[in-house]
Design a protein around this ligand. Structure first.
Ligand code: SF4
Length: 377
């Protein structure tokens, strides 16, 4: 239900026609997406996105119990927004590369915590051999077969496909055989060539990112999609980014969730020129994503990137997922994030309940494991 107040605000903003089409379940155009970004009344925009969110998921708000593993931050690329990568693994430069024993043990040590997923991403290491990655996954999977391994971005697959002469499909298949069962959505940044040329011109292109996900979907591997916003991109380039994702989703249906990631400005090459995106920008971006991406089931507010409180507020702006306990997040913390490195399940429940939602623990494929609330009958 959208309040009369929100209806009137949308009319006043000239968004009555978009509202009517959203309520009729019709697809929005790119021009509509841009108009929504320019809406003046954030609350009314949020109410419209919330309507769609509740129609899909009711009051449920999803999270999972997950741990992050970043086996190395050594990377040959030079993305201007990145605070994580280092040129070598010298302690003086905060570079590191975990031994296989160390990386495997880091994951297995979390077993008593009831974790259901490990999220693994790393830098593009120039000298690690291919069997470092296959052995890493194989050993984790053998020791803990119930754990879902969500492993490596499209950027990493493309790098290995070229470097080891494997091709993308074989790289995916070999890691799938080793235990990977889903892909994270990182590395998408902004697809527009103008932006990519300026912020990440020496890693996989937009087309390659999309092709890796297309191939994964063809192999039956579900994946996530992200968008890094709040730096040099224009609003029309955000819409363009979402359009390309929507088109691929029409084709494959393999994306599970869309995750807008707020740029963090500390300790990277472009941070001085840009402030962190405002709360206003974060909420409108999530709301527009919920309205524009009509073929994505889920929109996530990654609490590490937004802060817990803004992520909580986002549950009324189209968002249905907060990510998870996220044990030992490194990437955003190296970019100046001041949020904790993990949240307890109890804190997640508290945040979700205080927002009037019902916490639902999910697995990596949005299967509901447990509903913690009045619906838990
Ligand atoms: S974003 Fe990824 S690919 Fe780019 S420099 Fe950082 S670690 Fe390397």
């Amino acid at each position: 239900m959208i309040s009369d107040l929100a209806h009137r605000a949308l009319e006043r903003d000239g968004l009555g026609s978009i509202r009517d089409r959203v309520l009729a379940g019709e697809r929005l155009s790119d021009a509509d997406g841009l108009r929504l970004f320019e809406a003046r009344d954030l609350a009314a925009l949020g109410a419209l996105a919330n309507h769609v969110r509740e129609a899909r998921h009711g009051d449920l708000a999803f999270y999972n119990r997950n741990v992050h593993l970043n086996p190395t931050n050594v990377c040959v690329a030079s993305c201007k927004f990145c605070s994580f990568a280092r040129l070598d693994d010298q302690a003086a430069s905060q570079g590191y590369t975990m031994s296989l024993d160390e990386a495997v043990e880091k994951v297995l040590s979390k077993r008593p915590l009831g974790i259901t997923e490990v999220h693994i991403v790393a830098g593009l290491h120039p000298t690690l051999p291919w069997d470092y990655y296959t052995t890493l996954l194989r050993r984790i999977h053998a020791a803990w077969p119930e754990l879902t391994i969500k492993a490596f971005t499209a950027i990493e697959y493309q790098y290995w496909a070229d470097k080891f002469g494997l091709g993308v499909e074989r790289a995916l298949r070999e890691l799938q055989e080793a235990g990977m069962s889903t892909l994270p959505g990182g590395g998408a940044e902004i697809f527009a060539p103008r932006v990519r040329r300026k912020i990440c011109d020496d890693k996989a292109t937009a087309e390659q990112w999309l092709e890796v996900h297309r191939t994964a979907h063809r192999l039956g591997i579900k994946s996530n999609a992200t968008m890094l916003y709040g730096h040099i991109e224009r609003l029309d380039e955000r819409v363009d980014h979402m359009r390309r994702l929507r088109e691929l989703q029409d084709e494959t249906g393999g994306f599970q969730v869309f995750i807008p990631l707020a740029f963090h400005p500390e300790h990277n090459m472009i941070g001085k020129a840009f402030a962190k995106p405002t709360g206003y920008d974060a909420l409108r971006t999530l709301a527009v994503a919920r309205l524009y991406l009509d073929n994505f089931d889920h929109v996530k507010a990654y609490w590490v990137s937004l802060g817990e409180r803004l992520a909580q507020a986002a549950l009324s702006f189209g968002v249905d997922d907060l990510d998870g306990t996220v044990l030992e997040e490194r990437i955003y913390h190296m970019a100046g994030a001041t949020v904790p490195q993990a949240l307890s399940e109890a804190t997640l429940h508290q945040l979700i309940r205080a927002a009037g939602r019902v916490p639902a623990e999910r697995d990596s494929f949005y299967g509901v494991l447990r509903v913690h609330g009045p619906r838990a009958a």
